[in-house]
Design a binder for this molecule. Structure first.
Ligand code: G16
Length: 545
């Protein structure tokens, strides 16, 4: 085995964001760009040498190219064995599952999640640690520091490894197992959910579903689990073949980008009774009923309230966590269950310690993410199975389950307004001004609604006691309404401002308003507090969810 010492020079823009390093493909195609970042990971992931690494990605453009480079660099590092998905495919939750099942030292996930793919699109790379979850900030900061002073990397000079069939092969002494990407994950799902009960939904002939894999990684998982193991209806999986450019689509499971699915669910009495979509790497989910949308925060709350009904969660929740901008619907459930509800910054990595310390069973985020202690990533197919199992147990529709939940706990109207591709300095100035003026808002009254608190959210991890700051400006009102402002950490073009708005309504007669109408007053307050029109010079948000 011939190891080459390659000379390189540092790139200054390799700071990981909310979830790994995400850039345009063209950026990754610069000479040694990927290699530099991988070497920086290897320099800090001390456990990899002599151990097992899990490797795979969402199948987007550049995926297999990157895998070949990482395999050759892993061999140079002295990794003992790599498990890689056939065709280089592995969903993010499947990688987390494999890391845990095989006691790997870590995993490398190649994905830019819900961002578009193809040669003009985005690419990304992320390291997960031995618990199966995203590396914590301390690790990603160290990787960034290394990347700034990196002048050399090591790679084996050898042919590419065939990834197109399941087999074992070697680079030097390093064993490479090309495996079925779905098997281990599907087995875990069978353990958590009552597959027989879900199957009976479909075999009754009275229930149909439609899952939109958006030409991303979940296609093979959905076909195996929904079609083959659960005997779902014909047409249960659409856009199920992974494509390098996601079929030209934007693999973001929301009402805007999953339009084909939404149209099917809204197509009248013959429409499927259940709809769902996942994103590029399979960790996000959107849940729909017939002509009915369940926002991700409500979905988390409903899961938390009903988990004890499903086989994998019969012992109930030991605690729950949500990210700051996720609505407080789940807090009401935690209150009624008498368990802790943790509020964390945005980013799945903040749930890791709480899960490892058995403080929580379920966790979730407004950004179409939910999951549990079964792995250390959010999990799209898992969420779909959770809902299917719940429908099978309750024999109620998605809409009925949701409305009964609102009746019991109250309804949190919720929306997120995104302003994309803002100039960085404009976005930073907006946030800084909010940070500066925030304290003076406390005590002010807007339309009879008093501001109880306005601050910049910071989080002290209860397990390792680490303090992290500047996670979003939150305005809390006396009537339990909330507005949160933060900048996205996953975009690749300028800055994205996200404004999250919620209002808590217990009065049943007010549970039928269109969301944007119910929130109109708060939206007005948010826009005026941040002076959106003047600063951004836009007529409205680019995406409303
Ligand atoms: C990532 C993180 C999530 C986070 C989301 C949104 O998701 O894993 O924890 O909620 O980004 O981040 P932002 O609002 O900063 O864009 P994914 O699915 O993109 O990996």
């Amino acid at each position: 085995m011939k190891i080459l010492n390659k000379k390189t020079s540092p790139y200054r823009n390799q700071r990981p964001g909310t979830s790994g390093l995400r850039k345009k493909v063209k950026v990754f195609q610069q000479e040694h760009y990927l290699e530099n970042f991988v070497q920086s990971i290897f320099a800090n992931a001390k456990g990899l040498k002599g151990h097992l690494l899990i490797l795979g990605g969402d199948g987007r453009y550049y995926n297999t190219h990157a895998i070949q480079i990482i395999l050759k660099m892993s061999a140079a590092l002295g990794v003992k064995r790599v498990i890689v998905g056939e065709d280089g495919l592995l969903s993010t939750p499947a990688i987390s599952c494999l890391i845990r099942k095989h006691h790997a030292a870590g995993g490398i996930i190649l994905s830019a999640s819900h961002n578009p793919g193809g040669p003009e699109g985005d690419f990304g790379i992320k390291f997960n640690i031995a618990n199966g979850g995203p590396a914590p900030t301390g690790f990603t900061d160290a990787v960034y520091e290394t990347s700034k002073t990196l002048y050399e990397y090591q790679i084996v000079d050898c042919d590419n490894v065939p990834l197109d069939k399941q087999q074992t092969c070697y680079i030097g002494d390093m064993q490479i197992d090309v495996i079925d990407p779905v098997g281990d994950y599907a087995q875990l799902m069978e353990h958590l959910f009552d597959f027989e009960k879900i199957k009976s939904l479909f075999t009754s002939g009275l229930f149909t579903m439609c899952f939109d894999a958006m030409h991303a990684v979940t296609g093979p998982y959905a076909i195996e689990i929904f079609n083959k193991r659960l005997s779902a209806n014909v047409g249960a999986v659409i856009n199920g073949i992974p494509r390098e450019d996601f079929g030209g689509g934007h693999p973001d499971p929301n009402l805007t980008h999953a339009r084909e699915l939404v149209e099917r669910l809204n197509s009248g009495p013959g429409a499927p009774g259940f709809g769902a979509a996942s994103d590029g790497d399979g960790d996000r989910n959107m849940i729909l009923g017939r002509n009915f949308y369940v926002n991700a925060s409500d979905s988390l709350a409903i899961m938390a309230a009903n988990a004890h009904l499903l086989p994998g969660y019969r012992q109930g929740n030991c605690g729950i966590a949500r990210s700051l901008p996720t609505s407080r619907a789940v807090d009401k459930v935690a209150d009624s269950l008498g368990i802790d509800c943790y509020e964390t910054p945005t980013g799945w990595k903040y749930f890791g310690n709480l899960l490892d310390d058995s403080r929580i069973t379920l966790c979730g985020e407004e950004s179409f993410g939910s999951g549990s202690d079964h792995i250390r990533e959010k999990d799209g197919i898992w969420a779909v199975l959770f809902w299917l199992n719940l429908i099978a147990v309750k024999q109620q529709s998605v809409e009925e389950i949701t409305r009964l939940h609102w009746k019991r706990f109250g309804r949190h109207y919720y929306t997120r307004h995104d302003y994309n591709a803002i100039e960085n300095n404009v976005a930073e100035a907006l946030m800084q001004d909010l940070r500066d003026s925030g304290p003076s808002l406390t005590g002010q009254t807007y339309s009879k609604n008093k501001v109880l608190l306005c601050d910049d959210f910071c989080y002290r991890d209860p397990v390792d006691n680490n303090l992290s700051k500047n996670h979003g400006i939150r305005i809390l009102f006396e009537d339990e309404s909330r507005i949160v402002f933060r900048l996205s950490g996953t975009g690749t073009e300028g800055a994205t401002l996200r404004i999250y708005i919620e209002r808590f309504v217990t009065d049943l007669s007010l549970h039928d308003m269109p969301t944007q109408t119910a929130l109109a007053e708060l939206i007005g307050i948010a826009n005026s507090v941040a002076d959106i029109k003047n600063r951004l010079n836009r007529d409205g948000p680019d995406v409303i969810t």
